[in-house]
Each structure stands twice: as structure tokens, then as C-alpha cells.
Design a protein around this ligand. Structure first.
Ligand SMILES: Nc1nc2c(c(=O)[nH]1)N[C@H]1C(S)=C(S)[C@@H](COP(=O)(O)O)O[C@H]1N2
Ligand SMILES: [Mo]
Length: 333
């Protein structure tokens, strides 16, 4: 079923063209994870089409994608990165540091069943099943730019819901100034977590300031390209913060903690001079080892490098610049 303009979405987010997918429809597909080894690849599972699909092509999402004209900030019209590319060129060090490692070894990890622990400064804490987490949320498609700190970028159609809508359900208290996220630690099935050299401390952790977490652009993702999000892209639940470098968008989340003090993050801990807590995309603040002024929009090659200028806040300045008013973005990189 296609739901438009549900009342539980803040009015500033509602546009008549916005896409909402029913949670149940997606949850049905999410249940496919539970089928275990009989299912070859969750990546190949398509969302079931609604019986009354408006699509002429029979593919509702294709139809919506080509017809929806959401405000630029929520739905870029730029050319999308091919699915094949977005699911085989990944950073997910839990599976290895090579770009092809996550896709190659994703099958060794089974993301079902899944639960998320909610901890810290909130009225409601405890362990919730994925079903509990997703239950009340209508899914939306957001086509965002993804800018990696390594100076490449993609355009990806995500399926998810605003993180703020999820966080509010736990009623964070007045001491909750930050949100801390933790990735699953499963060294038996994530070979990168068994690697002895050249890697990062486990589990992978990330954090956001509360106002960043509550911003309507910040989403929890369960799908991409109209399908369940593949393991290599962070199944079954990952964060997307489109105005920040990709490493903030933590994958396969098992814990969310509300904290009073700024949490340490994996990359900040590994190389504090190179990767800051804020990690806002900024063409004027170079990485100590390379320029951030431009980026390679993937796919690119030696002969057609597809290099484009990097935009402040990855092109989302209009929506998010006010969060950082008065802050020295060089100091708080
Ligand atoms: N747990 C975890 N999350 C992670 C990473 C990681 O190594 N581990 N890599 C990050 C980086 S550097 C980027 S660019 C994005 C890549 O997301 P994608 O593979 O879905 O494009 O995931 C981020 N989230
Ligand atoms: Mo990245």
C-alpha cells in the first residue's frame, strides 16, 4: 500500500510528491532474512509490489522514482549510481579493508534475528526486536549524495525513516545531549573483526549531537534501490547522515545510547588529527593527506575520472548550516 502524507511526519517534511511505503510491506520482505541458508542473497530480494500498483511498468518504485519531484534537499535528481556499483564498492571494515571485501564476504554474516539495545538518558530503555523498532514507521525513499572522506561519492536511493521519529519514542531526557551508535561485533562471521593488522578497534562506534540526530535529513535505512539493504551496505539497520562524510553513517546497528557527554568515535580514536567528530563535508577544510575540494563521482575510471567540485555540507547547506552557526568549522572538523 502506498501511503501519502501520514500525520505522524512533521509538517515541514511533507510534500505531496513524497514517497511513503508501508512498513508491513517492507517487513514482509525483511522476514526473508529469517529463511537462512535457503535464501541465497538478501540483496536479490525485491519488495513485494502492492496489488494496486500505480505503475505502468509493474514496478512501483521505478514509477515513483521517475515521477516524484521532492524538494532538492530530500531527493536529488542527479544520476544514480548503478546498484551493482553501490553494492560491490563498499567500506565496511568488519569484512575487510578492500572495497570488494564486504560484497565478497557478506554471505558469511546472517543479520537475522536482530535486536537493538537502547541505553542511557531516556525514559524507555531496553532491548527491542527489529520488528519493534520498525513497527510504527512509514518508509520513505530518499535519494541522497554519499560523500566518502576518501574523496569519492555516489548517489543512492535509500529507503528508511527519520531517525528523530525513532529516538523520540524512547523519550530522551534533558541530559541527553548526544546519541552514540554501535555496530554488531561478530568476529566469527565478520572476518575483518578477526584481522590482526591494519584495522580499527571493534566494535565500530559513531555519534551525533542530539540536534543532528533529530534533523529531518538524518535517516535510519532498511533498504536501497527498492530492495532490502544488502549485508555489505549495513543490513538490517544503518544510519545515513547525508551532509557528513560517509564514515558517520554507521552500519548494522545493535546499540543506541543517549549520553550527556560527547562520545568517542572509531575514526576519531584511530586518527584524531585526520577524522573529527563532526566530519561535515567541507571543500575548504582539507584532509591532512589530501584535498577535499573535489570528488570522483562513481563510477569513474582513469579515462573518464568524473571529477566534480565538492559542495559545502555535501550540498545540504540550506538545510543544515544553521546547526553550526558561530562554530569554527576548521576547528570542529
Ligand atoms: N560499521 C561500519 N560502518 C561503516 C563503515 C565501516 O567500516 N564499518 N564504513 C563507513 C564509510 S567510510 C562509508 S564511506 C560508508 C559506506 O557505505 P556504503 O558501503 O553503503 O556505500 O559506510 C560507513 N559505515
Ligand atoms: Mo568513507
Amino acid at each position: 500500500m502506498l501511503i501519502k502524507s501520514p500525520h505522524d511526519i512533521p509538517s515541514d517534511e511533507i510534500t505531496p510528491e513524497k514517497i511513503y511505503l508501508s512498513r508491513r510491506q517492507f517487513m514482509g520482505a525483511a522476514g526473508l532474512f529469517a529463511a537462512g541458508s535457503a535464501v541465497a542473497q538478501p540483496a536479490e530480494k525485491k519488495l513485494p509490489s502492492p496489488p494496486s500498483s500505480p505503475s505502468k511498468t509493474g514496478n512501483e518504485l521505478e514509477y515513483l522514482r521517475s515521477h516524484a519531484k521532492s524538494p532538492a534537499g530530500f531527493y536529488t535528481a542527479e544520476k544514480q549510481t548503478p546498484y551493482k556499483h553501490a553494492t560491490t564498492y563498499n567500506n565496511f571494515y568488519e569484512f575487510g579493508t578492500g572495497k570488494g571485501d564486504p560484497a565478497r564476504y557478506a554471505h558469511e554474516f546472517n543479520p537475522s534475528p536482530w535486536s537493538v539495545r537502547i541505553e542511557g538518558e531516556a525514559q524507555h530503555t531496553g532491548t527491542y526486536t527489529l520488528e519493534d523498532i520498525l513497527k510504527p514507521h512509514s518508509l520513505q525513499e530518499r535519494i541522497y549524495r554519499l560523500r566518502c572522506v576518501e574523496a569519492w561519492s555516489m548517489v543512492i536511493p535509500w529507503i528508511g525513516f527519520p531517525l528523530g521519529d525513532l529516538l523520540r519514542r524512547f523519550e530522551p531526557n534533558s541530559r541527553a545531549k548526544y546519541v552514540h551508535f554501535t555496530t554488531v561485533h561478530a568476529p566469527k562471521s565478520m572476518r575483518g573483526q578477526r584481522a590482526i593488522f591494519g584495522s580499527i578497534p571493534w566494535p565500530y562506534v559513531e555519534g551525533l549531537r542530539m540536534d543532528e540526530a533529530m534533523h529531518p535529513l538524518t535517516i535510519m535505512v532498511v533498504g536501497m534501490y527498492g530492495k532490502i539493504v544488502p549485508v555489505q551496505n549495513g543490513a538490517p539497520l544503518r544510519l545515513i547522515v547525508p551532509w557528513k562524510y560517509g564514515f558517520k553513517s554507521i552500519k548494522s546497528i545493535v546499540k543506541i545510547r543517549f549520553t550527556e557527554h560527547r562520545p568517542q568515535t572509531t575514526w576519531e580514536r584511530s586518527a584524531p588529527r585526520e577524522y573529527g567528530f563532526y566530519a561535515n563535508v567541507n571543500p575548504q577544510v582539507d584532509h591532512p593527506r589530501w584535498s577535499q575540494a573535489s570528488e570522483r563521482r562513481l563510477p569513474s575510471s582513469l579515462f573518464s575520472p568524473n571529477r566534480i567540485p565538492t559542495q559545502l555540507f555535501n550540498g545540504y547547506a540550506e538545510q543544515v548550516a544553521s546547526l553550526y552557526k558561530g562554530m569554527d568549522l576548521r576547528k570542529f572538523f
